[in-house]
Design a protein around this ligand. Sequence first.
Ligand SMILES: Nc1nc2c(ncn2[C@@H]2O[C@H](COP(=O)(O)OP(=O)(O)O)[C@@H](O)[C@H]2O)c(=O)[nH]1
Ligand SMILES: [Mg+2]
Length: 252
Amino acid sequence: MTKLCAASKAASITPTSQAKLAVNWMHTARFFTTAAQLHQLPAVEVPEIAFVGRSNAGKSTCINTLTQQRQLAFASKKPGRTQHINLFALGKQGQMDAVLADLPGYGYAAVSRSDKQRWQQVMANYLVSRKGLTGIVLLCDPRLGMTELDEALLEVVRPRVEEGLKFLVLLTKADKLTRAEQAKALSIARLQAGGGEVKMFSALKRQGVDEVAELLWQWSHPTGAQAGDVPVNAAEAQAEAEADTDSPSKPS
Ligand SMILES: Nc1nc2c(ncn2[C@@H]2O[C@H](COP(=O)(O)OP(=O)(O)O)[C@@H](O)[C@H]2O)c(=O)[nH]1
Ligand SMILES: [Mg+2]
């Protein structure tokens, strides 16, 4: 309780402390539930952020890196086998304030045509009609670029994005590209995403981790954090950030 008060007394949240708060918030992620069909998913009252992308794009690795948990989203050695929508809860225990949804990867060649069609349908239903869906992170291996399937997904969500659904394209495995290649991949993806937000990410180098955590925090807390909403360890991060530096607001 005292820690929450300490956080709420902070005059303002600086960019660095906000990133720390967001990173610590991501670390609260834990398994919530799993379902094979949209109608089997529970309704949730908090913002939900979906991670989508082709098999092997680096989705599981990205979720594990963002949440600093090795096995949260199973980094499958057999792409296309995780055919469930998995939900992870974020926020202090007993006070879930957002949900991450890990959707099955698409485009895996060895999956039968009927399985592919079934999954495209489940995914499209989810993206079009899931209530509470606040944002989508589309992961894409920049060495492949945005493929037809990614573009089909963009088309499916376009009406919701026009109505305010948040959207981020994350170009993964940045460590495999030179700086020049990264710059080129970013500009191509920005064109394809129609001006939407695009960022580079590397789980290996931890590139983009703070920025993505901060963006997801902002998507989930559009009016800013209320003291009571701040998870305990995020509040700790805030207090630490205040103590870390010779901040002018620190009493002398
Ligand atoms: N070099 C590098 N490899 C990565 C990165 N992220 C994922 N990978 C590799 O890409 C492959 C697919 O990753 P995975 O997370 O299972 O992809 P998913 O099918 O989209 O969930 C695995 O061999 C990962 O080790 C990254 O940032 N850098
Ligand atoms: Mg995976």
